[in-house]
Unconditional design. Structure first.
Length: 269
């Protein structure tokens, strides 16, 4: 967003400067062209384009929030699912799962906010450990066998949500479309500036109103297109709530049993 707005203001200034130049070169007795018809077409068409882009950007932002909630929901369900196993297995899996969840908030989320599209190394390590735990769950009875399939499905869903969140760090609106946006801004501002040449008061009001509106709309589009950056930043609130829920149950007891720190070793029994 920081880059988009200066470009926008530069395009607006260029359009106004060109309109002033065209007006000064026009002869006094020359009848000005009727720009109203062109403006009546360009204005609504460009407004429709911006409306569609706003809807698209809102969808992109909402998808990021929903995937974050899906990931937290899957990990909470996974924590609940492994309660059917013996204490040693349950504590080991719960410990690794809690470390993985904390690493998502502490390591992977700041990495996504910096624009990285790959998982943080520490988060990847804990994630691989949890996935390995799922593959080694015991199958001693029918209940454990049923839970094994559910647990594998839940960690798969959580991994898919994490990968989708990493994809969302990349803007969805491509550069060619931004070029179309700026070209539309140039045409709209130029037509307004030259259409109101003979009415200075109306020209200032129209240009000021359009400039403010374009700044707000394009700032919103640019912000929502990058859901993990400043402004409308998606926060890991769902994962924080999941961590708090796990910690209130068995998490604190598990972590207190570790002599080397909360996520540096596994619980012993």
């Amino acid at each position: 967003m920081i880059v988009r707005l200066p470009i926008l203001w530069g395009v607006i200034a260029s359009a106004i400067a060109l309109a002033v130049l065209v007006h000064r070169r026009r002869k006094e007795d020359e009848e000005p062209p009727n720009y109203g018809v062109i403006l009546g077409f360009v204005g609504p068409a460009y407004g429709l384009l911006l409306s569609l882009l706003v809807v698209f950007a809102v969808g992109h932002y909402s998808d990021a929030r929903h995937r974050a909630e899906d990931e937290a929901t899957s990990l909470i369900a996974l924590y609940d699912a492994v309660t059917v196993y013996p204490r040693e297995t349950r504590n080991r899996v719960s410990h690794d799962l809690l470390c993985y969840m904390r690493s998502i908030v502490a390591d992977d989320w700041p990495s996504m906010e910096r624009g990285n599209t790959s998982e943080a190394l520490r988060t990847l390590t804990f994630g691989d450990r949890v996935r390995s735990d799922m593959r080694t769950l015991p199958l001693a009875n029918e209940r454990q066998s049923s839970t094994y399939g559910r647990a594998v499905g839940l960690i798969t869903d959580a991994s898919e949500a994490r990968q989708q969140l990493l994809f969302f760090t990349t803007p969805e609106i491509p550069t060619p479309l931004w070029v179309v946006i700026y070209v539309g801004v140039f045409l709209l501002v130029f037509l307004i500036a030259i259409h109101y040449t003979d009415t200075p008061g109306g020209r200032v009001t129209a240009l000021a109103s359009v400039s403010v509106l374009l700044t707000v709309v394009i700032a919103v589009i640019a912000t929502l297109d990058r859901p993990f950056e400043v402004a409308a930043r998606v926060q890991p609130n769902a994962m924080r709530q999941a961590i708090a829920l796990v910690s209130r149950n068995a998490g604190n007891q598990i972590l207190r049993s570790l002599p080397k720190g909360p996520c540096s070793a596994r619980p012993q029994g």
